[in-house]
Design a protein around this ligand. Sequence first.
Ligand SMILES: Cc1cc2nc3c(=O)[nH]c(=O)nc-3n(C[C@H](O)[C@H](O)[C@H](O)COP(=O)(O)O)c2cc1C
Length: 201
Amino acid sequence: MAAIERALFSAPFQRFAALLEEARRAGPERIPEPTAFTLATCADGQPSARMILLKGVDEAGFVFYTNYESRKGRELLANPRAAMCFHWAPLELQVRVEGRALPVDSAEADVYFATRARGSQIGAWASHQSEPLTREGELEERVADFERKFERRSVARPPHWSGFRLSPERIEFWKGMPNRLHHRELYRRSGDGWQVEILNP
Ligand SMILES: Cc1cc2nc3c(=O)[nH]c(=O)nc-3n(C[C@H](O)[C@H](O)[C@H](O)COP(=O)(O)O)c2cc1C
């Protein structure tokens, strides 16, 4: 309990970074994808959710990358309000984040795209993410086309592939406790700072 009390009023970003580090240190056998989270979006009243990998976090927000023409990309461009949920089961930890996800600038996206494996870079061109495949071999043919196009040169970032930065208005830390009397700390943005409340489990 002492550790929880000490952590209680630390800034939520530092708190998140410390928990992510704890999840990483748990090792790939216990937590294979420590940066994985569920992203929920909603453009027209029907929420949709899927797994995404977190690629950066700082005081400005949580960064992830995707295809802007995918379902999630279109939904976020129409309505930036979104929610993220991390779950590190072996640590009995959950973190929920809500806020607005806005496009990162293109220079930032270029820097990240350049760090990706070449196969993933080609895949970003070849995949019309979330669109139906209309015939067998279509995707493989587009992969081959883009491999030819970028032969012996670096792969440019596709204009439809970039990042979002979710700037949080609420961050809730959940820690599993005996008898389901779990500990929930909700941080709500208030001016330049945060208001903290402890919620019933
Ligand atoms: C563990 C995991 C991580 C994933 N990470 C990403 C990611 O970072 N970006 C992405 O576009 N899709 C990622 N995906 C695929 C998405 O879950 C989803 O299938 C895809 O983006 C299409 O979603 P949409 O049709 O809702 O746009 C990941 C899937 C899994 C299971």
